[in-house]
Write a protein that binds this ligand. Sequence first.
Ligand code: ZN
Length: 221
Amino acid sequence: MSYQHQYVDGTRIHFPLGKVVCIGRNYAEHAKELDNPIPSEPLLFIKPGSCVVPLEGGFKIPTDRGSVHYEAEIAVLLGKSLSSHASEEEVLDAISGYAPALDLTLRDVQAKLKEKGLPWELAKSFDGACVLPPFVSAAAFDDVTDIPVRLTVNGEVRQDGNSAMMLNPIVPVIQYMARHFSLQAGDVILTGTPAGVGPFNVGDELVLELPGASRFESRVL
Ligand code: ZN
């Protein structure tokens, strides 16, 4: 199924899907669980728009390349482009909405790439590697430094984080990204995953939510 940005009330968002800019190791407990050092500067990578699929109705995972890990993350949708010297106010003004997203990762493939010091695209950019539900308008969020995110798999809470726990908070990390490359309307920012990542299996039932703002049920097909 092809993906199109939309709000939870079903309103379509007119700007096209762009790229997905991601931050790795943005929660200390998650860096620790994978035995990774905490980076001194934000660790960024980009998923192409082609890997985005909708959450609704279920999504497929690769079954021929080792384990596929879920990473539940707060996704930020940009509705305006940002200049390289965007202020905090300009970043906040450019944010159209928030959603809980899945940054799917071929963990065995990534481990091999990391060992060799190679880039992560084979592990992070496969078709279906970014799963997005509809967004809740940014106007509904008073405090961007206090947004919870939670993933429940087969009735068990696996990840339960909050933007308050981020090493690089949402607004400054978007300013950092904008200093390095263009950010445009339709781009999505994935803000890193809290602790609790693990493998998905075909048939898993999940609930992905920004508690208090949006809640979605889905399954691994
Ligand atoms: Zn991630």
